[in-house]
Design a protein around this ligand. Structure first.
Ligand SMILES: [Zn+2]
Length: 254
C-alpha cells in the first residue's frame, strides 16, 4: 500500500459500528499513502491528508482485488488505488468501523489510552516485572489484560506461557525477574512467528489473499488437550480460566 495513491474512496454502506463520516471521502481523494500500520486491532492507513482508521469488528475482512471485480453482499467500502486494485472491506455483521483523523492517529480518542504493543521495545522483561509486582491475578489473565498490554489473545497467551515454561495459574507477583524476561521474549517470539506464517485459522479467518493462516500447525499446547506434549511427550492439560480455555503441560511448566 505504501507509495500508492488513493484514487477514490467509495462508501457503499455507512451503517457500520459508527456511522461513516462521508467527509473523509473528499479528504483522502488523491492522497498518497505513506504507511500502512496497526495499533492494537485498529488498522491505520496513513496518507498525506490524514489517517484512515479501520477496525474489522467481529466478522470484517479486507481483500485486495482488481477494481472491476463485482461487489458481493456485505462489501461496504472500496479504497481504490492508482495500481488498478481496490482494498475492499466486507463485513456481514457490520461491527467493523471506518474513521478518519487529520491529526496524529496516536492522539485519537480510541488509540491514545491503549497499553503498549507486545512487539515494540517498550514491552520487555522490565515492563512485565513492574506490572506484575503487586498483582495476585494469574499470570495468564494478566498478559491478556489489554489495559496492561494489547494483543495477547487466548491462543498466544497459552503458547507463550508454554515457551517460557511458566504455569498459567501462577500468581503474577510470584514470577521471578528471570521469568518475566523469558515470558516477555516468549510473547514476542510467539506473536512474531504467528505473523510470519499468517495467523491462526480457527473458523473463518483468511489473509488478504484469501488463504487461511497456518500457525495452528505450529501450536505447542492450544487445543491439544490429552495429546502428547511436543517437548516431553506427557499429555497436554486443559482447564477454564476467566471463562477461557487454557492449555498447558504440567511437566514442562513450573
Ligand atoms: Zn511437556
Amino acid at each position: 500500500m505504501a507509495g500508492r495513491r488513493i484514487e477514490r474512496l467509495l462508501i457503499h454502506e455507512r451503517r457500520l459500528r459508527w456511522p461513516v463520516d462521508l467527509g473523509m471521502v473528499a479528504a483522502v481523494a488523491g492522497a498518497a499513502i505513506r504507511h500502512a500500520g496497526r495499533r492494537a486491532k485498529y488498522l491505520l492507513l496513513e496518507t498525506d491528508a490524514g489517517t484512515l482508521i479501520l477496525h474489522l469488528g467481529m466478522s470484517g475482512s479486507l481483500r485486495v482485488l482488481p477494481v472491476a471485480t463485482p461487489r458481493i453482499t456485505h462489501d461496504h467500502v472500496d479504497i481504490e488505488l492508482d495500481s488498478g486494485q481496490t482494498l475492499r472491506f466486507n463485513d456481514p455483521r457490520r461491527f467493523g468501523s471506518l474513521l478518519f483523523t487529520a491529526g496524529d492517529p496516536a492522539q485519537h480518542p480510541l488509540l491514545k489510552s491503549l497499553a503498549p504493543e507486545p512487539l515494540e521495545d517498550e514491552f520487555d522483561g522490565e515492563y512485565l516485572w513492574k506490572i506484575t509486582r503487586r498483582r495476585a491475578v494469574a499470570i495468564k489473565q494478566l498478559i491478556m489484560n489489554s489495559r496492561l498490554v494489547v494483543g495477547v489473545g487466548n491462543i498466544y497467551a497459552s503458547e507463550a506461557l508454554f515457551r517460557a515454561r511458566v504455569r498459567p495459574r501462577r500468581q503474577a507477583r510470584k514470577l521471578t525477574r528471570a521469568e518475566c524476561t523469558k515470558l516477555a521474549r516468549a510473547i514476542k517470539a510467539t506473536l512474531a512467528m504467528a505473523v510470519k506464517v499468517g495467523g491462526t485459522t480457527l473458523r473463518d479467518y483468511v489473509g488478504v489473499d484469501g488463504n487461511p493462516g497456518y500457525f495452528r500447525q505450529k501450536l505447542y499446547v492450544y487445543e491439544r488437550a490429552d495429546e502428547a506434549c511436543r517437548v516431553c511427550g506427557k499429555p497436554v492439560k486443559q482447564f477454564t480460566q476467566g471463562g477461557r480455555s487454557t492449555y498447558w503441560c504440567a511437566n514442562c511448566q513450573k
